[in-house]
Design a binder for this molecule. Structure first.
Ligand code: AMO
Length: 445
């Protein structure tokens, strides 16, 4: 038997000011290496900072020429003040003057297949995804996924602080929730099963248990076309809450959650904001516009006639965004009252206009990032709606137990993490906001 004393693992975070002119040992990966006649500038990447080190070739035992980008090294040196411009570095006001460097491991590639040391990585999108284990190490890529991490963290923190309980629902299910053909089937020990398109049924069931719930998890959509806005697996940020008066309650919670996320990004991601040259948004006030009115605006203002269509075309999302910025001075447009024919069966129809629903999408910088709405909550309403739509009620029996057991008026929404990240970071393709994107042509890495 061996007993090991449990120690807290300390982070790599360093108060550089207090270490000025002192010697430290830092372990990390070589992000960049610039060899000059007198030695080298070596950029060291650690979990919490990326720092410049200065190597004088006469003082260290390893010749700089023998070092390689992406080697793991330990550096011993003195912390000095510096004044560095490169936005990929933080801190920029300190550097390490190296006394000794030890190579811990080196890449197996003789030459790395992509140069990750340039400000912009010059590589085709497909190659960038093929070589994700390496290309993700580029400072700009790392910055994008720091932003995504901040979004997830604050979505959870903010909602937890307002009475929501985090849930983790199953992703292998016996039915789909969203309808449509974009569902993956799989063989589940001889039975037909499906990959979750959304945590929809489970988050509703859990409102009966906790009143307010949220989930951050993967969902799967068998999208048949490769587009710049669709992934076959994405991360869905969902919440669902009981005792709502109307879907406006959901819109308010979403606006507050998004503002908390934006504030968190401002506070924690200063380096990423600078590096990506991001404009962090803020929701100053809520602007809602009914679905039909969007068609009208797009027709009258831009002479594009989508009237009669039961969904918004990507072009309309773009045009209404432009209109929103110019006329309403907002980047966030909540489009409400989508046609019933386009919304899943669980959506509540507007009692005054049954062909419309009490639902909404949020359009942000040309793209739909959220769908939400009020749900049916009475068992009898489910029965009527499902019969009207000729659905097989038997298949949904376990979901319907929630309504047989009693449910409050409720609603919620789903927010696509990659779409939000892409729009905040100014990326033109949602796949660039996915660590390992899945599309119709891609299953690796
Ligand atoms: P919906 O199907 O509209 O609604 O999805 C909600 C949000 O998820 C994102 N999204 C996608 N992101 C990347 N690739 C895709 N293929 C993709 N499909 C959707 C979008 C979208 O706004 N259950 C409902 C939500 C609810 O009412 O609570 C649902 O899933 O950002």
């Amino acid at each position: 038997m061996q007993e090991i004393v449990l120690e807290k693992i300390s982070g790599y975070s360093i108060d550089f000011n207090s270490l000025l002119e002192k010697e430290i040992i830092v372990k990390g990966m070589i992000q960049n290496l610039r060899i000059l006649s007198w030695g080298a500038f070596l950029i060291l990447r650690t979990p919490e900072y990326t720092i410049q080190t200065i190597i004088d070739k006469d003082t260290i035992s390893v010749p700089p020429e023998q070092l390689m980008v992406e080697s793991a090294v330990a550096v011993r040196g003195i912390i000095k003040k510096a004044n560095i411009k490169d936005k990929a570095l933080y801190p920029r006001d300190f550097e390490i003057h190296v006394k000794e460097i030890t190579v811990i491991s080196t890449p197996a590639y003789e030459v790395l297949p992509v140069d990750t040391t340039k400000k912009e990585m010059v590589v085709h999108l497909d190659k960038k995804f093929d070589l994700r284990p390496l290309t993700l190490r580029h400072p700009r890529e790392r910055a994008v996924f720091k932003i995504a991490a901040a979004i997830c963290n604050e979505f959870g923190n903010y909602l937890s602080s307002t009475g929501f309980t985090r849930i983790c629902s199953p992703k292998i299910n016996s039915t789909g929730a969203e309808g449509g053909a974009n569902i993956f089937k799989l063989d589940y020990f001889g039975r037909e099963a499906f990959l979750a398109q959304s945590p929809q049924f489970y988050k509703q069931i859990m409102v009966g248990v906790y009143g307010r719930v949220f989930e951050i998890g993967p969902v799967f959509r068998a999208e048949k076309h490769a587009t710049s806005r669709h992934l076959n697996e994405y991360v869905s940020l969902d919440f669902e809450m009981g005792f709502i008066e109307s879907f406006m309650d959901l819109i308010k919670v979403e606006a507050n959650t998004l503002n908390a996320i934006f504030e968190r990004i401002e506070k924690d991601c200063g380096n990423e904001i600078e590096l990506l040259d991001m404009k962090v948004p803020k929701i100053e006030r809520i602007v809602t516009v009914p679905f039909d009115e969007v068609h009208e605006i797009v027709y009258k203002k831009y002479n594009k006639d989508y009237r009669g269509e039961t969904d918004l075309a990507p072009e309309e999302e773009k045009l209404i965004s432009e209109y929103g910025e110019n006329e309403w001075n907002t980047e966030f447009i909540f489009v409400t009252h989508y046609p019933s024919s386009k919304r899943p069966f669980y959506t509540m129809d507007d009692p005054e206009h049954p062909e419309k629903t009490l639902s909404f999408d949020l359009i942000f910088r040309n793209l739909e990032i959220t769908t939400g709405g009020q749900r049916l909550h009475l068992y009898s309403d489910y029965m009527n709606k499902m019969k009207k739509l000729s659905m097989n009620i038997e298949t949904f029996q376990s979901y319907l137990q929630a309504f047989q057991s009693g449910m409050p008026p409720h609603g919620g929404l789903g927010l696509g993490l990659e779409r939000l990240t892409a729009q905040i970071c100014g990326l033109s393709n949602v796949k660039e906001a996915s660590l390992f994107p899945r599309d119709i042509n891609r299953l690796e890495p």
